[in-house]
Design a protein around this ligand. Structure first.
Ligand SMILES: [Zn+2]
Ligand SMILES: [Zn+2]
Length: 264
């Protein structure tokens, strides 16, 4: 049997750009036949809905509200709801899985981690890090930054991306043999309702008991299925490609000097 998971989702409670509550998302994914969702609201260096000038504990309570809302509704209707978040550095964003609210309450310094600290601390506490939509071309992203030494894998398909951004990500994953997941980056269940082909799902043959099982699969590079509308990858390039940069071990960018849409 196939069990579908949404790996990338924002609520209006945690993310300034979110349009649906956690409960609305939960009902939508239950109707769409999913086994579970990971709520990954924008953390405090990203497009968060949480004001900076509150005590840490209060900020974390507010940050977790979208997840908690989804979880309560999921428990009621029979959808598994897991916690995660998405942190932003300089337009390069990372999805964190496997940690929880208590971890956040206990680690106020996490707001100031650099990419290396993020990877080390998340690993130390039993989680994993995935670079989200590495080739995304949007106004809020000044340039494409590739940090493969600062993550455990990449989000190779993000159906909220320009499709050709994901063509680049597929090439990157293939050439560097990266672990991959997919996600819809769903900010609105109304958007997602337009077509079920708009969603990208991780497909597992057994349901996850907890998010630690997902972390294990990612770190052990276990084969996982992915499901998305393949026509997403054949759409034409609709704007010029942004130049891309590697991050060195000091997290400084240097040009990749290549066109990721072309074979090399
Ligand atoms: Zn957003
Ligand atoms: Zn996102």
């Amino acid at each position: 049997m196939a069990f579908l998971y949404e790996m990338h989702l924002h609520t209006c409670q945690g993310s300034a750009c979110g349009r649906s509550t956690g409960a609305e998302h939960a009902r939508f994914y239950k109707d769409a036949g999913y086994q579970g969702i990971f709520v990954t609201d924008h953390f405090f260096n990203g497009n968060t809905a949480i004001p900076k000038n509150l005590p840490w504990e209060e900020r974390i309570h507010r940050f977790c509200q979208g997840y908690e809302d989804a979880k309560a509704e999921g428990d009621r209707i029979g959808l598994d709801v897991f916690f995660g978040w998405e942190q932003n550095f300089h337009g390069d964003e990372y999805l964190i899985y496997g940690l929880d609210k208590q971890f956040m309450l206990d680690h106020p310094e996490m707001e100031h981690w650099n990419r290396r600290q993020q990877l080390e601390e998340v690993h130390r506490h039993g989680g994993c890090v995935i670079q989200a939509h590495p080739f995304r071309d949007r106004g809020y992203i000044p340039r494409v930054l590739l940090g493969r030494q600062f993550c455990d894998g990449i989000e190779v398909i993000n159906t909220n991306n320009h499709p050709y951004n994901d063509v680049c990500a597929c090439r990157y994953a293939k050439e560097y043999d990266l672990t991959v997941i997919v996600g819809s980056d769903n900010h609105s269940h109304e958007w997602a309702k337009e077509s079920k082909d708009i969603l990208a799902a991780l497909v597992l043959d057994q349901p996850l008991a907890d998010s630690g099982e997902l972390v294990k699969k990612i770190l052990c590079r276990e084969k996982m299925g992915i499901k998305f509308d393949k026509s997403h990858l054949s759409a034409p390039v609709d704007s010029p490609q942004k130049p891309s940069f590697w991050l060195d071990d000091q997290e400084m960018p240097y040009p990749t000097d290549r066109n990721w849409l072309a074979d090399e």
